[in-house]
Write a protein that binds this ligand. Structure first.
Ligand code: ATP
Length: 835
């Protein structure tokens, strides 16, 4: 609902005795909590949040979010963390680790009286954007009565936009890559004062994929800080801990002695289904569980896309969603929100959703592709059976994977039982898929990509006891996806999946000897190097991993298409769109060479030299000037180019700079001095040295001047900032006397004011005040207050009324809560909060 504006009210005169009383009360509360924290016995098992020495704002935030009793990890880790210890926290999935680090973050900063001008106090790193958003939302929920400013740094927006907001943040939740970018490039982001560093899913953040980024982030941070690491599969590697300079960390592993590494409310099964039957089994499973909420994990985004697209065509009778890393951020957030809210749905996903995500009430987790290791297995199944709820998980295994995977699961204390598929209920979708792929070239293309990415994902796995690519029935698997032939694949040797994962996409899987490999895998003798045109490169790019045997069969030496039965087919079939091969540069052909057109050269490995010759015949060469390189007119596009004077400039060569003397005679700008005159000044070497010295001196002086100017500017800027902060602090102190502390953090759907409110206020401010300093002042004055609708605690109500009154005083106040569902909402909120 749209926010409504409330009346602005006059500020009441401040009663100095009431102010004093309030200050004394706050100081006493702080001293009491600090003392209780010091006296806290970390060996005693506490039951409730009320047993912990927590501040009023945190206690209110917890009770407003209906958190009362502590989970094991919270009970064990929070006391140590409150005392400032470094923590290595390990507990099963869904056991409440998020609060185990968020509460100490809020409390430790609160006890240090952290304020806006103290800068960044805590940094929370998450391996994925989705998890960062989730952590941020929990922080806003439990921290809603605190006065800290908090921000979400996950990219997806322009760096500049984020930069403008970061300078004043107290707590940041971020993904490593984006954070490093800011640390390197955002001048206002000051981390010298950082108190706490938190790594959620620490083992993932510390593994190879993030290694360099995280090390670089840590280099920016102060050495003395508190560090908290949490994960269901915690790292104990000394090297990892050394990288973070942990100080005598407390290892809190609550479920180490448990008989299983997974929640006891989780039922785990596996089925042995040969690779070519996987899709049939999955489809049959979905059809017989239409009233469930299911997550299906696969090993690559391409598979996710293909399975989602093909099953969507089959309309199984339940909403289907898909999530992978190559989707746009907005879309990803929309999908996670939709799946969270759905009662019955199937979400196909890569491991992007394997860790940390807390989707409510997931009934089933299906692992269509075998996970790369047991840790990944544990995190994937952990998306169900969270916080005392029940859940079921099924792992699909090819017969070749069964023994190895079971051995690993047993070693990691994962109880799993075999179940069989009811063959009567098994439906087959192979023929429908073949039909669909025949009609829809896009789908077939996706299928080929999916096939290749699956096979390669198996190939690059380290654990060869499980992943044996040679034992997979690949031809049958390709057919089961509806493909007309088995795509051919080449592999790079000696790479493992983690390295592969972190390589740029274009570099993955491309074999260096790809072009000289025969179909049977034997090496050809190297062909003579031929000139490769951009079309060759384009062709290679589009087909680098789709060059299939059947494709080779489709092309004759002369480049015409042959259908599968051997008949000549001059025009490509509709369903072969992506493989369409046309002759390039046919004489008189009007449809020449747009870069995106489907042209290729010698894809059949035909005689390249002959082809080159044929091409040259049809190419016109135009010389624009003697000095310039000739322009080759080999396409319509280039012909067009001839008509653009501006573009032609580049082919015209450079002009000569001429200067005129007083008599109007033209000279070259840089003319050589007369030789005799030159020698009159001394020999060449001495002159060179002298010249260098004078120029160096000039540069040095200019440099000094520049530095001085820069310093002066910086000084002025700092002073201005300090003045501004001083004024603000004074105004805030006055404000606080009138309205109490103001919360910056709000829950997505429980706050009195949401994103729109914050944003509209921000906009109001901007229109009212153009002058930046004044605007900043005013925005800071107008801190937004958020309250809890659920809370019926009297204190809370009183606080709520006060805050509400205050917000009417200083800002227009909407009455309706505003839902925060999109990234834009979150970011808009952050903007509003930052003011
Ligand atoms: N003390 C508590 N009382 C009630 N519910 C809780 C408590 N602590 C956490 N929860 C709920 O338990 C669920 C799981 O919590 P959380 O996401 O923190 O688990 P986790 O241990 O981080 O899981 P994962 O290892 O998968 O990341 C959440 O829905 C959370 O709201």
């Amino acid at each position: 609902m749209a926010p409504t504006k409330g009346p602005r009210q006059e500020r009441k005169p401040v009663d100095s005795s009431a102010r004093k009383l309030k200050k004394t009360r706050a100081a006493t509360e702080l001293t009491t909590i600090t003392q209780r924290v010091q006296e806290l016995d970390t060996k005693v098992r506490l039951e409730a949040f009320s047993d912990l020495p927590l501040s009023d704002p945190t206690t209110s935030g917890l009770s407003a979010s209906h958190y009362k009793t502590l989970t094991d990890i919270q009970s064990r880790a929070i006391p140590h963390a409150l005392k400032g210890r470094d923590i290595l926290g390990a507990a099963k999935t869904g056991s409440g680790k998020t609060l185990a680090f968020l509460i100490p973050v809020l409390e430790n900063l609160y006890r240090k009286k952290w304020a806006e001008h103290d800068g960044l106090g805590a940094l929370i790193l998450s391996p994925t954007r989705e998890l960062a958003i989730q952590i941020f939302e929990v922080l806003r929920k439990v921290g809603r009565f605190h006065a800290f400013s908090a921000g979400l740094v996950i990219g997806g927006k322009s760096l500049k936009e984020e930069q403008e907001r970061l300078g004043r943040m107290n707590i940041l939740v971020c993904t490593p890559g984006r954070m490093l970018q800011h640390l390197d490039q955002t001048a206002d982001l000051d981390v010298y004062n950082l108190q706490m560093l938190v790594l959620d899913e620490a083992d993932r953040i510390l593994d190879m994929g993030f290694q360099q980024t995280v090390d670089a982030i840590v280099e920016h941070l102060p050495q003395t800080r508190q560090t908290l690491l949490f994960s269901a599969t915690q790292t104990k590697k000394v090297s990892d801990l050394a990288r973070l300079s942990l100080q005598d960390p407390e290892y809190v592993a609550v479920h180490e002695a448990a008989s299983s590494a997974t929640p006891s409310t989780l039922q785990q099964h596996y089925i042995v289904t040969p690779l070519p039957e996987k899709l049939d089994t999955l489809y049959s499973f979905i059809r017989s569980n239409l009233k469930s909420k299911t997550m299906v994990f696969m090993s690559s985004g391409k598979q996710v896309r293909f399975v989602y697209e093909s099953l969507r065509h089959l309309q199984p009778g339940i909403p289907l969603l898909h999530l992978h890393g190559r989707q746009k951020q907005g879309g990803r957030l929309d999908i996670t929100t939709r799946f969270s809210q759905a009662k019955h749905a199937v979400l196909f996903s890569t491991d992007i959703a394997a860790r940390g995500l807390d989707f409510p009430a997931v009934d089933w987790v299906i692992q269509l592709d075998c996970p790369e290791d047991t840790d990944t297995y544990i995190h994937r199944v952990g998306r169900t059976a969270r916080y005392e709820r029940n859940g079921r998980a099924v792992l699909f295994l090819d017969p070749s994977e069964e023994a190895g995977m079971l051995k690993n699961l047993e070693q990691k204390k994962v109880p799993i039982e075999r179940i069989n598929v009811r063959t009567k209920k098994q439906q087959t979708v192979k023929h429908q898929l073949q039909n669909m792929c025949f009609k829809d070239a896009e789908l077939k293309y996706l299928g080929q990509k999916a096939f290749i990415s699956y096979v390669k994902s198996v190939y690059v796995q380290k654990d060869k006891e499980i992943f044996k690519v040679k034992e997979l029935a690949l031809d049958e698997f390709a057919a089961s996806l509806g493909l007309p032939g088995t795509p051919r694949i080449k592999f790079i040797k000696g790479e493992d999946s983690k390295i592969q994962k972190n390589q740029p996409r274009a570099l993955r899987y491309i074999s260096s000897d790809e072009s000289d490999q025969e179909e049977d895998g034997t090496k050809k003798t190297k062909k003579k190097e031929v000139v490769r045109t951009k079309y060759d490169r384009m062709f290679e790019r589009r087909n680098q991993d789709v060059l299939a045997d059947h494709y080779s069969k489709l092309i004759n030496d002369d480049g015409t298409m042959v259908d599968q039965d051997g008949g000549i087919n001059g025009d490509a079939d509709e369903d072969d769109n992506f493989l369409t091969v046309k002759r390039r540069f046919d004489a008189g052909d009007q449809a020449l060479g747009d870069e995106d057109s489907d042209v290729s050269l010698s894809a059949d490995g035909g005689d390249d030299e002959e082809e080159e010759e044929a091409i040259t015949k049809d190419i016109k060469v135009v010389k624009i000037s003697d000095a310039a390189e000739p322009l080759v007119i080999d396409s319509k596009r280039r012909e067009k180019l001839l008509k653009s004077k501006k573009k032609l400039l580049k082919y015209k060569g450079h002009g000569t700079k001429i200067v005129f003397d007083e008599e109007g005679n033209a000279h070259n700008a840089y003319e050589l001095e007369d030789e005799d005159k030159f020698h009159a000044h001394g020999d060449a070497d001495t002159q060179r040295v002298k010249f260098l010295e004078t120029e160096a001196e000039k540069t040095r002086l200019a440099d000094l001047e520049d530095k001085e100017v820069a310093k002066q500017k910086k000084r002025e800027k700092k002073e201005k900032k300090k003045d501004r902060e001083r004024e603000l602090a004074e105004e805030e102190a006055e404000d606080a006397e009138q309205g109490g502390r103001v919360a910056f953090l709000a829950p997505p759907d429980e706050g009195e004011f949401g994103a729109d409110a914050a944003m509209s206020d921000y906009e109001d401010d901007r229109s009212e005040l153009d002058e930046p300093e004044a605007a900043t002042k005013k925005k800071n004055k107008k801190r937004v207050s958020f309250s809890d609708d659920d809370s019926d605690d009297d204190d809370d109500k009183a606080r709520k009324t006060k805050r509400s009154k205050r917000s009417h005083k200083t800002r227009s106040a909407p009455d309706e809560p505003v839902e925060v569902n999109t990234l834009e909402d979150l970011e808009a909120l952050a903007t509003g909060l930052l003011g």
